[in-house]
Design a protein. Sequence first.
Length: 380
Amino acid sequence: MNYKHQNFKDIHAEISSYHSTDSVSEFHIIIYITNRMLNFEEQINRLLEAYYQIQQEMPIGTSTVFRRFFLSDAANQAGILNEKLNRFDKSACSIIEQPPLNGSKIALWSYLMTDVKSTKTNSSLHSIKHGDYEHLWLTNAYNKASNSEYQTRLIFNEYIMQLMEESCLLADNCIRTWLFVQDVDNNYAGVVKARNEIFFTQNLTPKTHFIASTGIAGRSNIREAKVSFDAYAVKGIKNSQVKYLYGKTHLNPTYEYGVSFERGSVVEYGDRKHIFISGTASINNKGEIEHINDIKNQVLRMWDNVRVLLSEANADFNDMGLFLIYIRDIGDYDVVQEMFNQHFPITPKLILLAPVCRPGWLIEMECMGTKHYKSDFPCF
C-alpha cells in the first residue's frame, strides 16, 4: 500500500492506494474535519469539496464504490446529508451515528476503484462490475419489528432473497457484514440469537464457516431501527478463493462463546488478495477479556491479535488500506490517538465513539487491505 495525507481548508484527508498497471487500482480515503467551530452544514460542504477535489486528482476512470459517513447526531443530520448527496453520484452510501472522537460532526470513509462499471440491481444492491466478478454492496438495511432479534431476522431474510435474485447465496458469496446496534449492551443478545439461527438454515455452521463481521454500537436516523446492516458480496468467486483466518494461538473460535462470525477472511484473485479483519478486541484464546480496565494494554493485545490474523494471510499492517477504531469511553480518546499515531502514523484511520458488544472491551478495531498475489484464478 502507498499512503499520503492532504490538508484542505478545515479538512484533513488520509489516502491509501494499491496500484496495478494491468488491472484495477484501489483507494481508501478517510476525511475528517479539523475546524470544529463550523456548523454541520458547513462541515458537510467542506468535506464534500475536499472529497471531489481528491477524486479529480485521481487516475481517469476512478469511481466511488462505497462510502460510509459517520455522524454525531444522525436523527438531525442524516436528512441534510442525504439531500446534498442526492445531487451527486449514486454509489453505495452508508450513514451511521458513530461520532468522530476528534469532536467534529461528520467524517467519511470512501472506497474507490478504477475502470469499473457501477449500477444498481433490480434487487436494490449496488453493483460494481469488472472482469469475471460483480461486487454487490448493501447499505442501511433496517426493519421496524418490535425488538432487535426480529429486526435482525427480517433484515437477513431480506438480504438472502436479494442475493438469490442475483444468483448468489449467503454462504457462498457474502464476504463481509456490519451490524450496527442501537443500545448494544441491551440489544446485542437478540442480534446474536437471530444471526445464529439464520446462519444455521444457510449452512453457515462451526463445521463449515461463518462470515467476517463487525457487530458494534451504532444508530440509524430511523428511530425504530434497533439494528442497521451493511454487507458486501462477490458474484463470480469460487469457494476455493475464500480463506478464513483464525489466529488460534491468540483467539478462540467465536462459536465457543455463542456467536457466529469469522475473525477474518481473505479473497484470492489472480493478481491480488483482499484481506478483511473483523472487529477485533483484547481477547485471548479462551474467549476471555484481557486487561480489564486497562486501555493501553487492551490496545497492545488488540494489535497482537490483528497481527496474528494478518500473518495467516501472509500480510502485515503495511498491507492495510485503513483502520476503523471503536472505543467505549471518550476519556480514552487521547491515549488511543497517541498510540495509533505513534505506531501507525500514515495509515488512514478513524477513531469513533461506539461501544463494543461486551462492556469489558474498551476498544475494538477492524481493517481492510490489499496485497499482491499470483494465482490461477481470474484477475480482479
